[in-house]
Design a protein around this ligand. Structure first.
Ligand code: CP
Ligand code: NVA
Length: 301
């Protein structure tokens, strides 16, 4: 059974099928209470472990609700409360959990932790964010774009800000889904060099967003960044704030996205976040639907 570790490690055809399945499942539930069971109950009898070594609101709640809607059971585990946080190896944790649960979702720091979990688990593992990537987020983002504007293939997506983990998954998705991706941000916060091949780098944010179909940003200080870097990062990133003036340079019908949580009036103004281009609440909702499809893909149900 396949894990879902990263967008570039999943077949493009499977990614497409996941997005389409997520949209179909969303449509089929419209108007029903959030706790109402899905008709087909594909996860009946399945137990899912949700491990968090970092804080989370959306990932935690959307996975938990999604499993329950599909008829499965969840247990939410904090890394620090597990023996994992007290010296037990990732490999041994993976072997043990695989005897109790059918699927593991983990949010962690180093990518290596995720990879080791997947290597030693005998059940599928889902990446719920690492310092390097956040693939479930970008599946929801693509679903959201297509729900509003149709196919993302051939569109211009502009990322303004830190070349971080969420950006990295956008870069992986650009290749798999066939959209153009421009990064605009200060050189010290460039994406990892291995991501440069398929993207355009434009230092001037106003030039970068010209003709954009979608403008995206994220926090200036991620959970894995030291707080001591906060002031320096703010100074470096301030010119890349997504505000009404910057959005006015994009296409008139451009969308604005932010994975959340946001620091309002830092990386994006409230005017933009709450304005007509913004689809941030749909984006958050679609974590639920897209991840339900990811879980079905992993479990083959
Ligand atoms: N976007 C996202 O992953 O949010 P959480 O950190 O709240 O899970
Ligand atoms: N880049 C952010 C995303 C949070 C969902 C972080 O890693 O903290």
């Amino acid at each position: 059974m396949p894990s879902f570790l990263d967008i570039h490690k999943t077949d493009a055809a499977d990614l497409r099928a996941i997005i389409d399945a997520g949209r179909a499942m969303k449509t089929s539930r419209q108007g029903r209470p959030k706790g109402a069971p899905d008709d087909d109950q594909p996860l009946a009898g399945h137990m899912v472990a949700l491990i968090f070594e970092k804080p989370s609101t959306r990932t935690r709640v959307s996975f938990d609700v999604g499993v329950r809607q599909m008829g499965g059971e969840t247990m939410v585990l904090s890394g620090t409360d597990m023996q994992l946080g007290h010296g037990e190896t990732i490999a041994d944790t993976a072997r043990v959990l695989s005897r109790y649960v059918d699927l593991i979702m983990i949010r962690t720091f180093e990518e290596q932790t995720l990879l080791e979990m997947a290597e030693y688990a005998s059940v599928p593992v889902i990446n719920g964010l690492t310092d390097r990537t956040h693939p479930c987020q970008i599946m929801a983002d693509i679903m959201t774009y297509e729900e509003h504007r149709g196919p993302i293939a051939g569109r211009k997506v502009v990322w303004s800000g830190d070349g971080n983990n969420v950006f990295a998954s956008f870069a992986h998705a650009a290749e798999q889904f066939g959209f153009d991706l421009t990064f605009t941000g200060p050189p010290p916060l460039d994406p990892e060099p291995d991501l440069h091949a398929g993207i355009t780098i434009e230092r001037d944010p106003h030039k970068a967003v010209e003709g954009a179909d979608l403008v995206v940003t994220d926090t200036w200080v991620s959970m894995h960044d030291p707080q001591s870097a906060r002031e320096r990062r703010h100074n470096q990133l301030r010119p890349y704030q997504v505000n009404a003036e910057l959005m006015s340079k994009a296409k008139p019908d451009a969308l604005f996205m932010h994975c959340l949580p946001a620091h309002r009036d830092d990386e994006a103004t409230s005017e933009v976040m709450d304005g007509p281009h913004s689809v941030i609440w749909d984006e958050a909702e679609n974590r639920l639907h897209a991840q339900k499809a990811v879980m079905r893909y992993c479990l083959g149900v």
